[in-house]
Every structure is written in structure tokens, then in C-alpha cells.
Design a protein around this ligand. Structure first.
Ligand code: ATP
Length: 439
């Protein structure tokens, strides 16, 4: 018999159907049993008259919560039933898998355990509809990104994650044994995105894994995350990249709101706002003035960089000044940017780069890249890099390469900001951190 999704039952009133799902709760009464069954589309009440089959009633009463069942029965309209005003009257039941009892984590208990405990039992934690909703939103968001790129003639690439030399810097690098030699896990697709520009692909994107051996325990860092990256050729400056990005994000937010707006409001208390474009832009020199005006003191070691407290202070300022949740911090000093960021011809201490801050947290870094071989090599030497190890990359710029730029965004950071989640661990399917490699 063909499966009917619980969410579609209303259009099957009066019919016999088969449903699959988890037994969320069982109310075992004197004459009747009520089983609340859940699939990915919703919950339904299944009613069984014990007198119909005493042996089956006995089997049902021993079923642990969260066992997996297949039920066939008739769908009846019953306005008295709180759950959607209908019920399935059980005719047969097949137990697909029994759940042990007690559950180490009851997804529907009144109090939710600590995040660390929930991550130990992530598959049980993920049975909460709020968690599934995060990944439904993520699916729509990713699709909207792709939609937008495809409308703009992008090519999708998948760059290797095993590398012979570091892609960003020696820090935060995972080393792996690679036969007789060493390899590194890619810290970003940066070099290969630029290679695609040298290949004449002009516009590319990649959604793929990124590895960072960052030993920090913040609420927004992971050692492995999904990066959303793109690179475009023939730009005049990083401004072109910012314009593309803000329009694309407006598209993504609009699609997510269209598909999940109501659910997001109900489950996360967030009334999703599709951002207006252009986003405010604040050059770093102005940002430092604003921080001073707002009485925020950057930690002494953050020379030229902005710490998370500074990002939040600037965000509050942007919110009260422009009533916007996004802003670009532009024109970063070379000291805190990588060697491949292009510098202003008339301000060689300043890079043509930006960060995008959403709801107070950085979610994107982007820049125009230096595509002129000699200047790029010089900047690498200045940053203390060995030309030998990056020669393969420098070579991309020896035989013609268009001016280009792009950005890298963390998918879970975006989700976290979009749904106002307190911790990136909530926004990722499986978290990887310094102390977590399992499950
Ligand atoms: P941060 O300053 O927050 O450590 P970063 O400047 O090192 O980030 P980039 O190297 O510019 O980050 O990476 C681009 C984007 O990738 C970031 O804006 C963020 O969205 C995401 N990202 C970077 N590091 C992490 C991480 N450890 N965990 C999750 N997402 C990350």
C-alpha cells in the first residue's frame, strides 16, 4: 500500500491509508489507546479500540515512546480531536523498530538538556521539529543561492580538500599523513577559486567543507564548516562583489521568508526581514571613530582588527542610525588581511576588502584579489610567506588573469544569524570542535 504523509491526511478523509512514523506518545486508557504518530510532515492521533484485538492492544501498551511503526487505518474527520481535527482509526500495526526505554534524551521533555549533552545524542535531539526546521530553512537557502548563481551564469566547482601546501596561512592548519609525505586540509577554496579565474571561467561558486585547526571554544567557530564561496572576474573593485552579495542575500532571504516565514515566526520568534539594498558601508577608519564615539574600547592586541564586542557595538549603531541588520565593514588595513587582497593604488596600507556583519556577527569576508604577478609575489614576501610553497598558486597569474574578487561565507553562521540561534552548534548538522569528533 502506498504511504500517505501525515500532513496530507486531510485530503484522504474516508479513505484507508498507510502511515509511517515515530510513536511520540501513547495514551493507554481503559477501553481505548491513542497513539500520537509523527512523521516529517506532522502529528496525527491514531485511535484503537482495545476490544477489537486484545493481543494487539497488549503489544501497543508495551511499545516504548519513539518506536517506529507502520499503521493502516481509516481517516475520519473528528472536530473533537485537538490535533488537526482528524484521526486515523487503527486497523493494523507493524512495529518496524522498538525504542529502548528510558530514552537517554527525550526530545519532547519539558526541559531541554545542555547543548553538549544534546550533541552526544544528536539524532534524538534532531527529532524535535525545531531542529528539522533549521535544516529545511538551510535547504531552501542553499537552493536560493544556487538559483541566483545560475541566473547569473555561474559555474559550480568542487575544489580538492587535500592540499600540498596551506591555502591561507600556517596557522589553523590540519596536517594529515599522505602516503610518504604530508598534506593539509583546505582552510578555504581560495587558491582554486582564483585558479578558475585564471582559467577564464569568469564566475564560479562552491559550497563545500572548510577545515580550521582553531582551538577556540566560541559560540561561532567550528573546526569543520560548510563554506559558501564565489569569485567573479572583470570587477572594478570590491564594491562590485558587495553589490552582488547584497542582492543575492536579499533573494535568499526573500525565498526563505516566502517558504518558511510563518514557521520561523512560530518556532524561533523571528519575523524574518528581507534586507533592503544597498547595505550600509562603513570604512574601517570611520568604524574606529564610531567605536570611540560609542565609548567602546577595542582590546589592545586587536591592532587594526575589530573584536566581536566591537562588531556588536557597530551593529547597534547601524541599527539605530539606518535601522538595518546588515552592514559592510570595508577597507581593512593590510596588517589584518591576507597577502592576496588587493591594495588601493593611492593608499598602499589599505586593502580593497570587506566583512559583512549580520545581526552583530561577521558572516562573510571578501575582497578584490591582487591579480598582478609581481605585486602579488611582493605582498607574499612582505607577509613572510615562502614563495616556493605558493609558487604553484603564483603561477596562475603568469599567463593572463582577469581582475577578480569574491567572498567566503559560513553557511552555519548565516543560519545562526537568520534564525537568531544562540550557538553555531545548533545551526549545524553535526558539530566539529576541538573536543568533539563524535558522533
Ligand atoms: P572569524 O574572524 O570569525 O574567526 P575569519 O575572519 O577567520 O572568521 P574567514 O577566514 O574570513 O573567517 O572566513 C570567511 C567566513 O567563513 C567567515 O565570515 C565565517 O562566516 C566563516 N567562518 C570562518 N571561520 C569559521 C569557523 N571556525 N567556524 C564557522 N564558520 C567560520
Amino acid at each position: 500500500m502506498q504511504r500517505t504523509f501525515i500532513g496530507d491526511l486531510r485530503s484522504h478523509i474516508g479513505e484507508k491509508v498507510q502511515i509511517h512514523g515515530f510513536l511520540q506518545t501513547l495514551r493507554d486508557q481503559k477501553k481505548m489507546q491513542f497513539l500520537i504518530v509523527r512523521d516529517q510532515t506532522g502529528l496525527v492521533q491514531v485511535a484503537f479500540w482495545k476490544a477489537n484485538d486484545a493481543a494487539l492492544a497488549e503489544q501497543i501498551s508495551t511499545l516504548g515512546a519513539e518506536s517506529v511503526v507502520t499503521i493502516t487505518g481509516a481517516v475520519v474527520d473528528n472536530p473533537v480531536v485537538k490535533l488537526g481535527g482528524l484521526e486515523v482509526q487503527l486497523e493494523s500495526l507493524q512495529v518496524e523498530s522498538t525504542a529502548g526505554s528510558p530514552l537517554p534524551l527525550d526530545p519532547f521533555a519539558e526541559t531541554i538538556p545542555s547543548i553538549d549533552y544534546r550533541l552526544d545524542w544528536r539524532y534524538l535531539d534532531m527529532r524535535r521539529p525545531q531542529v528539522a526546521a533549521i535544516f529545511q530553512v538551510q535547504t531552501t537557502a542553499e537552493q536560493a543561492f544556487r538559483e541566483y548563481w545560475l541566473q547569473h551564469n555561474f559555474i559550480e566547482v568542487h575544489s580538492p580538500k587535500l592540499m600540498g601546501s596551506p591555502s591561507e596561512s600556517g596557522a589553523e592548519l590540519f596536517e594529515v599523513q599522505y602516503f610518504e609525505t604530508k598534506a593539509y586540509l583546505a582552510q578555504s577554496p581560495q587558491f582554486y577559486k582564483q585558479m578558475a579565474m585564471a582559467a577564464g571561467f569568469e564566475r564560479i561558486f562552491e559550497i563545500g567543507p572548510v577545515f580550521r585547526a582553531d582551538p577556540s571554544f566560541t559560540s561561532r567557530h567550528m573546526t569543520e564548516f560548510t563554506g559558501i564561496d564565489m569569485e567573479i572576474s572583470y570587477i572594478e573593485s570590491h564594491e562590485d562583489v558587495m553589490v552582488f552579495l547584497e542582492n543575492m542575500l536579499a533573494h535568499v532571504y526573500s525565498r526563505v521568508k516566502e517558504v518558511h516565514g510563518e514557521k520561523i515566526k512560530e518556532m524561533f520568534g523571528v519575523d524574518l526581514v528581507v534586507p533592503t539594498t544597498p547595505f550600509p558601508r562603513i570604512p574601517m577608519t570611520r568604524a574606529l571613530e564610531i567605536l570611540k564615539e560609542e565609548g567602546y574600547q577595542l582590546p589592545a592586541e586587536k591592532k587594526g582588527d575589530i573584536d566581536p564586542g566591537g562588531e556588536r557595538t557597530l551593529y547597534n549603531w547601524v541599527k539605530k542610525t539606518y535601522n538595518h541588520d546588515f552592514f559592510y565593514l570595508t577597507d581593512w588595513p593590510i596588517a589584518v588581511r591576507p597577502f592576496y587582497h588587493m591594495r588601493y593604488a593611492d593608499r598602499p596600507e589599505v586593502t580593497k576588502s570587506f566583512d559583512l556583519i549580520a545581526n552583530g556577527t561577521e558572516i562573510v569576508t571578501g575582497a578584490q584579489r591582487e591579480h598582478r604577478y609581481d605585486i602579488l609575489a611582493k605582498q607574499a614576501v612582505e607577509k613572510g610567506l615562502s614563495l616556493e610553497t605558493i609558487q604553484f598558486y603564483l603561477d596562475f597569474f603568469r599567463y593572463g588573469c582577469p581582475p577578480h574578487g569574491g567572498f567566503g561565507m559560513g553557511l552555519s553562521r548565516l543560519l545562526m544569524m537568520m534564525l537568531n540561534l544562540p550557538n553555531i552548534r545548533e545551526a549545524v548538522f553535526l558539530f566539529r570542535g576541538p573536543n568533539r569528533l563524535n558522533p
